[in-house]
Structures are given as structure tokens and as C-alpha cells.
Design a binder for this molecule. Structure first.
Ligand code: ADP
Ligand code: ASP
Ligand code: MG
Length: 430
């Protein structure tokens, strides 16, 4: 008998009817002879609604209390799913992240899982129960406080459980049929990928394709757990995330072009902001000071650009992008350095978006960058910052231009499907 780990996202448990449907699906896996462990997200847009409530009482709520509040969302759905299963004549036990042994570091709001000690889960399985775990949460090893793993973190709970329980595969059930060549909400002609490598999926997730949480892909790659991303609203086979780009041969899938084999997809991200530190004295150590302060504030940066300093003034500008949610903290940390470093001012812009083209094949195909930039130019969109990795090119554009840039790139690389349009079964896209 194998262990199956499944994860149901918010849109799959949005209301009582959805919860009953999911319960039937879970029971099916149990009836097929598996031990079943399920990670669940909060119902529908509950997490966003809880965040709105927090902001309504406090503009900058204490991180500890915010985690207490947000973890309640997943507790509601775990209990309701367990009840719906018991209504079908099967026994289920729900556990909070802490009870399930999800041990994290102590960073509220974006804690990292450092260990999973699934003793209670294994006992419950041995007693014949279906196990339901509240996603997106754990308990800090040091402070013993309740933590959350960051938005979309239930994916990571599921993969961490799959690794700890030595499951063969982790199934992520969501509101689309798999991983597509672009967000189907923006590009209805997006194509479903049959498989995608860990490296490409890491880049897609890091570049805003919120179909999978970035850490979940990192975890799956480290423990070599295949992830099957599929819809809880259909019976279709989804996308298998597995394997490395080093093992790839670029064979086009049936019905797609060679270019489609080079590119895995186009991702976009509207969650970042740009900060510019204006007039930084161009001398040794100043950039290090700026980025040390940001690191101490636990801020993850994305793109960084330093301009050539103006000869007359010997001053330079340093710009970088970061999560909008960290914008306030970063501005405060930097303002504290102004007197020491002597820079002129700080600029904050959160009306930006990032568009990224990802594909292992671009390593061996020249001209990808030229074609990407031409597609964006032809769509009348202006490029801001640019960054690249071995298998990715990203550009910053105006937030309002993101959709047009994504669609134009998708078309230029011949990714548009000729027949089926991608189906979005649920979710508000929030
Ligand atoms: P869940 O509630 O199941 O966690 P999410 O909203 O977090 O669902 O993720 C699913 C959504 O991810 C889809 O509805 C889709 O809009 C979005 N998405 C973004 N990029 C992609 C992509 N490349 N392929 C599929 N879905 C994507
Ligand atoms: N409920 C959390 C969120 O909305 C975690 C998750 O859904 O994975 O981000
Ligand atoms: Mg999600």
C-alpha cells in the first residue's frame, strides 16, 4: 500500500459543495487502497479577507499576530474537509501544521520548513484514518511560535509531507488543468505542458507563475519528489514536474513547434516594487552597506542595477526590485542609512510588473533575447530593468503593460494553441 499526498488549493475548497466534492475525491484515493494524507488551503479568498480585516484594525499589524490570524483560515478548511469525509463513512483526523510536525525557522510571514516530524500523522495512518493537515503553517523550533510559510505555502506543506512520508508523488489539485505556457487567465491560448523540469518550474515560480509556490519546487527538487499538478474540477492528467534540464532533449510535443520545445513558458509578476537609491557616493563598500541593511531586514531582492556614475559628481544610482509587501520595511531600513552613506534620496515605485521568458532550450538557441525584446517593442511596450539567468530572460515594464507584453511574447514564440483553449474552473484570481 502506497502513501498518496494530495494538496487542495483555496479554489478547490471554496464553499461547502466544493468541500464535499473534494472529500469524495479523497475517499476515492483511499478506496483505491492508498494511505492518504492531504494538505488543505484556506477556503477561497479567506486569506486575503483576513488580511483585509487585519489592515482595517492596524496599518502594520505585528507579524506574530498576523500569523495567528492567517493560520485560522487553514484550520477552518481542515476541519470541514474532515467532517465531509466522515459524512461519507470514512474516518479522517485533521491536524494543524504544528501538530503535524511541520517545524520552521522563526521568520513570521515567510518561515522556511527546516524539519518535518510526522509521528502523529504516521500514528493516525496506522489507525486507518485519512489525514488532513492545515497547509501554509508550522511552528518555530526556537521561539515555539506559530508561523506561516508565505502566500501559496500550502504547496510546500504538501511536498514537505510527501518527502517526510516517502510518498512516490505529490498531487497538487488546483483550478486549472496543469502548468501552462502562460497564465491561462491572461492568455486563453496557453498550452498545457505534459512535463516540465524542476529548473524550469523553479524559474517560472520565482517569476510569478503562482501555480506552484517556489519553495515547494525547491523542496521537490532536493528530495526528488515528482509533483503532479492537476485540476480538482476535472479528471484530466495534468503536468508532471520532474527531471533536470541536463537530461533534456528538445523534442517538440505533438502539435507544437520546435520553438515551443525551446521555451517552457512566459511568466509575469505584479507583486514587486522598485526602489532607487539616488546619488550614492561611488566608493568602495557603499553598495555592500546598502545590501547588508536589507539582508538584516530579511528582505529578498530580485533584480539589481547600478548605473555608471556621472563623472562630474562621482555619484551613482542603485535600483533594485523586491516584494511590494517588503517595501515599507526596506524604505525604513534604507532611510536609517542616509546620514552614514550620504545618498541624496530614495524613490519608490510599485506600478511595475515583470515579464519573464523561460526555457532550457534557450541555452543552445541564439536569438531568443532579440526575438523577446522585438515582440515587446512591437506591442508598444517600453523596457525597464533587464536580468537573465542561463534559462531565463526577465524585463521590468509598466504594470499596465504586463498583459500585452505577455500575450505578444507568447505569440512571437509560437506558443499559442490552435485548438483547445485553457479552462479556468474556479478561483477569483486574487
Ligand atoms: P490554488 O488556490 O489552487 O493554490 P492558485 O491561485 O494559487 O491556486 O494557483 C492557480 C492559478 O495560477 C491559476 O488559476 C492561474 O491563474 C495561475 N497561473 C499563473 N501562471 C500559470 C501557469 N503558467 N500555468 C497555470 N496556471 C498559472
Ligand atoms: N491560504 C494561503 C494563501 O492564500 C496559503 C495557500 O493557499 O497555499 O496564500
Ligand atoms: Mg496556490
Amino acid at each position: 500500500m502506497g502513501i498518496v499526498v494530495q494538496k487542495y488549493g483555496g479554489s478547490s475548497v471554496a464553499d461547502p459543495a466544493a468541500i464535499k466534492r473534494v472529500a469524495r475525491r479523497i475517499v476515492q484515493a483511499k478506496k483505491a487502497g492508498n494511505d492518504v494524507v492531504v494538505a488543505v488551503s484556506a477556503m477561497g479568498d479567506t486569506t486575503d479577507e483576513l488580511l483585509d480585516k487585519a489592515r482595517a484594525v492596524s496599518p502594520l499589524p505585528p507579524a506574530r499576530e498576523l500569523d495567528m490570524l492567517l493560520t485560522a483560515g487553514e484550520r477552518i478548511s481542515m476541519a470541514l474537509v474532515a467532517m465531509a469525509i466522515s459524512d461519507l463513512g470514512f474516518s479522517a483526523r485533521s491536524f494543524t501544521g504544528s501538530q503535524a510536525g511541520v517545524i520552521t525557522d522563526s521568520v513570521h510571514g515567510k518561515a522556511k520548513i527546516i524539519d518535518v516530524t510526522p509521528g502523529r500523522i504516521q500514528e493516525a495512518i496506522a489507525d486507518g484514518h485519512i489525514v488532513i493537515v492545515a497547509g501554509f503553517q508550522g511552528v518555530s523550533q526556537d521561539t515555539k511560535e506559530i508561523t506561516t510559510l508565505g502566500r501559496g505555502g500550502t504547496d510546500t506543506t504538501a511536498v514537505a509531507l510527501a518527502a517526510a512520508l516517502k510518498a512516490d508523488v505529490c498531487e497538487i489539485y488546483t483550478d486549472v488543468d496543469g502548468v501552462f505556457t502562460a497564465d491561462p487567465r491572461i492568455v486563453p491560448a496557453a498550452r498545457k505542458l505534459d512535463t516540465v523540469t524542476y529548473e524550469e518550474m523553479l524559474e517560472l515560480a520565482a517569476c510569478g507563475a503562482k501555480i506552484l509556490h517556489l519553495r515547494c519546487v525547491e523542496y521537490a527538487r532536493r528530495y526528488d519528489i515528482p509533483i503532479h499538478v492537476r485540476s480538482s474540477f476535472s479528471q484530466l492528467t495534468g503536468t508532471l514536474v520532474r527531471g533536470s534540464i541536463d537530461d533534456l532533449t528538445h523534442q517538440p510535443q505533438e502539435g507544437s513547434s520546435m520553438e515551443a520545445a525551446i521555451i517552457a513558458g512566459v511568466a509575469h509578476d505584479r507583486s514587486e516594487a522598485k526602489i532607487t537609491v539616488v546619488g550614492v557616493p561611488d566608493k568602495v563598500g557603499e553598495a555592500a552597506r546598502i545590501f547588508t541593511a536589507l539582508a538584516e531586514a530579511q528582505i529578498n531582492l530580485d533584480m539589481i542595477v547600478q548605473n555608471v556614475s556621472a563623472a562630474a559628481t562621482n555619484l551613482t544610482d542603485i535600483s533594485f526590485t523586491l516584494p511590494r509587501t517588503d517595501g515599507q520595511t526596506a524604505m525604513t531600513a534604507l532611510a536609517g542609512l542616509q546620514a552614514t552613506i550620504g545618498f541624496e534620496s530614495l524613490l519608490y515605485d510599485d506600478k511595475i510588473g515583470k515579464v519573464s521568458l523561460i526555457g532550457a532550450g534557450m541555452r543552445s538557441h541564439p536569438g531568443v533575447t532579440a526575438k523577446f525584446f522585438s515582440a515587446i517593442a512591437d506591442a508598444g511596450v517600453n523596457l525597464g530593468m533587464i536580468s537573465t539567468s542561463e534559462i531565463r530572460i526577465s524585463v521590468v515594464v509598466d504594470e499596465a503593460d504586463v498583459d500585452a507584453a505577455v500575450a505578444a511574447t507568447h505569440t512571437a514564440f509560437d506558443l499559442d494553441a490552435t485548438e483547445v483553449e485553457a479552462v479556468v474552473y474556479g478561483g477569483s484570481g486574487r
